[in-house]
Design a protein around this ligand. Sequence first.
Ligand SMILES: C[S@@+](CC[C@H](N)C(=O)[O-])C[C@H]1O[C@@H](n2cnc3c(N)ncnc32)[C@H](O)[C@@H]1O
Length: 193
Amino acid sequence: MRNFVYFSGTARTSGNFDVNNLMKSGRMDIVVHFIINTFFLSHNLRDDVKLHLIFYGPPDPPKHIEIQIKPDTEISKKDVANLIKKILYKYKPNQKIEAHPGCYVEKKSLLKLIDELLEEEKEIFILEKDGKPLRDTKIPEDSVFIIGDHLGLPKKELKRLRGVSSKISAGPVVYFASQIVTILNNELDIRGL
Ligand SMILES: C[S@@+](CC[C@H](N)C(=O)[O-])C[C@H]1O[C@@H](n2cnc3c(N)ncnc32)[C@H](O)[C@@H]1O
């Protein structure tokens, strides 16, 4: 299992956003691209990835959405934005709700999630342009990869994360977050992880 964490400092934290104007919904367009590149293959869906989305936008941050494709998970590439909307609408305080098969929502911060993943003894990698080359990095099974949004990762979180993770780079240019997930999926596919 591979684990991706996408942090968005702006994505809306309730379902009342306009699916026809995703750029104005705290860059929910990036979230949609990220989900598509995490799970969709030609004529297939990846069931070997757990995706953690952490949203810090208004009106009720933080929100943690967890997605893992199960045999009964219905997900269409054309309708990812409506799926996020539905998941956020189903949120209930003080609970982890299964809002859709394989899709959960709860209130949780980025650092709390990372603490839990560390307790599970997972190796954490943070994606940054000036990190060690991905290709030269030993990656254990079940590793966690943290990717920032269009503004990068917030300073306070970054400081703590750097103490518990290894910084890896996908190359010398700045990619879209959704391109980074494609690069990671490809590298892990080649390594059979
Ligand atoms: C569009 S970039 C963020 C750009 C932002 N202005 C910054 O400087 O962090 C989105 C995310 O993709 C990842 N990323 C982009 N290019 C990368 C690279 N060459 N190597 C590793 N990660 C990269 C980082 O996690 C980054 O937070």
